[in-house]
Design a protein around this ligand. Sequence first.
Ligand code: 13P
Length: 249
Amino acid sequence: MRQKIIAGNWKMNLTLEEAIRLAADIKSEASSYRHQVILCPAFPYLLALQNELKGTNIKLAGQNCADRENGAFTGEVSASMLASMSVPYVLIGHSERRIYYHESHEVLKEKMDLSLRYGLLPIFCCGETKDIRIDEKQDAFVEKQLEESLFHLSEDDITKVIIAYEPVWAIGTGLNASPQQAQDMHHFIRQKISARYGVGIAEKIIILYGGSVKPDNARELFSQQDVDGGLVGGASLKADDFKKIIQAV
Ligand code: 13P
């Protein structure tokens, strides 16, 4: 049985005070969570939230890390910095990073390598745009994302990676992938991992779905065989909605 994960990607939202209040609210029911809950706040809030979440099983993730080890890269945050703060997870290759900050396959490959080198558990995001879905080229598109940034990893490293399938057309649009569309892509991703690393490893890799996950669609999405939980944006900013999504797994 693969572990189920629900991660909340807060993106560039909330003041420090609001972030602490939201974490406290999510924490208030932590003893009832049967799955791994991960919060992805902005970098400056990580330590305050680590303190707030002490004694619970809720974990933190950085939303990004640099593609360089350290040095004169003003404004960047390195994998080693996150590791030194005992932040266990990091998002890599979110579509907003790919689109607005032009992160290439090659840059994301570097980020994967650095995060693994420093002992972080990367959550690698992939997914096609609307045009690619309309052209029915989503499989080839996602396959290339995996091949270019992930499939150079050793067997040992790939087993530490969590994959998040987030179709760009479903992010922040209120238009989620149908449970069947999510299942089809997750199955395809697992098949590709199996072809590269073998079925034993493929069956172990956690694949999350992201894109307009809400309390009313979470249960059906998460009940698909290859969907091992979710990466939630907008709904993770509302404690009640996020708690309902956690309980839906
Ligand atoms: P929404 O849940 O707001 O669609 O965002 C999904 C996402 O981008 C999570 O990383």
